[in-house]
Design a protein around this ligand. Structure first.
Ligand code: KIV
Ligand code: ZN
Length: 385
């Protein structure tokens, strides 16, 4: 088993979700929880973007000691200097510099030739290296870049001092096979690649961010970037809790593990949802309200006989107290009886039959039948007999 490092960017890329704005205290609270979760590294923010973000990164760098802290910078000397001022109190400060390498970005956004992009990237990595021992460089929009050009620029930024090479799928365009092949190509065609850590960073526009990240790992990436709850620009980033749990549950298949304390996942997810205001969809894997809920009679019956019939993850593994049997129109007798037992209601066989029929009638009008509804049904039947 090899360990894959998780790089959490909830406080930077995650905060780039439209409508999200975390203040310094909120960022610090999330950073402390990420530390408890066992995150290897957190990207605390983009210090040059605002005074508030600078202060938040500084506070996190000065406080968090069991998780390494990183901050983002453009390929501009003043951004790099500002990042240093914010990060210098950290135990292992790392700067994360990015510059786009795809023809679309170089032509329309940067208005630079590929040669100019190489010069800017190498000059700024070398500049950052004068203060930071760890320099991460990202080839923004790597997945839409020319692979030969990527290999050429990566070799040069490593020579200039980069210790981590991150290849983002900035617009969530790639597929697992293609993204994996890109990592393979880079490993085969960059002669000094062994001097750097290879990292992946996936967005979820086509819903493939988690699968793409795992494909990168299968092809040599040893760092995965992502966020809690998958929040981030547009459709978000790869969801780190999904990746960590997938690697754990399929450890028969994947020879990789992470350092996450999985039973801290639910608490972290709840905190991120609350402080960002980004509510989690009910059917979201691992942390959604329905991830451990069963509604159909057949499934409820199976789970009551043995949870493994319909659950591949135990709720406790990720810090959820227990599964729930949702009482609705698809529920069956077994779950109904189980609910009565849970509520401490003793009923005769005859009353049970009547109560179950009344419950079924109610489900035609109500999506979810509550404990109070059941209590009323049973009490009415018992007082009338
Ligand atoms: O998606 C992206 O390309 C980024 C970079 C800044 C790494 O977030
Ligand atoms: Zn991103």
């Amino acid at each position: 088993m090899s360990i894959i490092n998780l790089f959490d960017t909830t406080l930077r890329d995650g905060e780039q979700s439209p409508g999200v704005n975390l203040n310094k205290l909120e960022k610090l609270e999330i950073a402390k929880q990420l530390e408890r979760l066992g995150m290897d590294r957190i990207e605390a923010g983009f210090p040059a973007s605002s005074k508030g973000d600078f202060q938040a990164v500084k506070e996190i760098a000065d406080t968090i000691k069991n998780t390494s802290v990183t901050a983002l910078a453009r390929t501009v000397k003043s951004d790099i200097d500002t990042a240093w001022e914010a990060l210098k109190g950290a135990d292992e400060p790392r700067i994360h510099i990015f510059l786009a390498t795809s023809p679309i970005h170089m032509t329309y956004k940067l208005k630079k030739t590929p040669e100019e992009v190489i010069t800017t990237a190498t000059d700024m990595v070398a500049y950052a290296k004068q203060t930071f021992s760890q320099v991460q460089w990202s080839a923004e929009d790597a997945s839409r870049s020319d692979w030969e050009f990527l290999a050429q620029i990566i070799k040069k930024v490593i020579d200039a001092g980069a210790t981590v090479i991150n290849l983002p799928d900035t617009v969530g365009y790639t597929t697992p096979k293609e993204y994996g092949e890109m990592f393979h190509y880079i490993r085969m065609n960059v002669p000094n690649i062994e001097k750097a850590v290879l990292s992946c960073h996936c967005h979820n526009d086509l819903g493939m961010a988690v699968a793409n990240s795992i494909a990168a790992v299968e092809n040599g990436a040893t760092q995965i970037e992502g966020t809690i709850n998958g929040i981030g620009e547009r459709a978000g980033n790869a969801s780190l809790e999904e990746i960590a749990v997938a690697l754990k549950i399929r450890s028969d298949f994947y020879p990789y593990q992470t350092n996450l304390k999985l039973d801290e996942i639910k608490r972290t997810s709840d905190m991120v949802a609350k402080l960002t205001g980004m509510h989690i969809q009910a059917n979201k894997a691992i942390v959604g309200r329905n991830a451990f809920a069963h509604e159909s009679g057949i499934h409820q019956d199976g789970v009551l006989k043995h949870a493994s019939t319909y659950e591949i993850i135990t709720p406790e593994l990720v810090g959820v107290q227990a599964n729930t049997l949702f009482l609705g129109k698809h529920s069956g007798r077994h779950a109904f009886k189980d609910k009565l037992k849970e509520l401490g209601m003793r009923v005769t066989e005859d009353n049970m039959k009547q109560a179950f029929e009344a419950f079924k009638r109610l489900t035609d009008h109500k999506k979810e039948v509550t404990d109070d509804d059941i209590f009323t049904i049973v009490t009415e039947i018992q007082t009338n007999t």
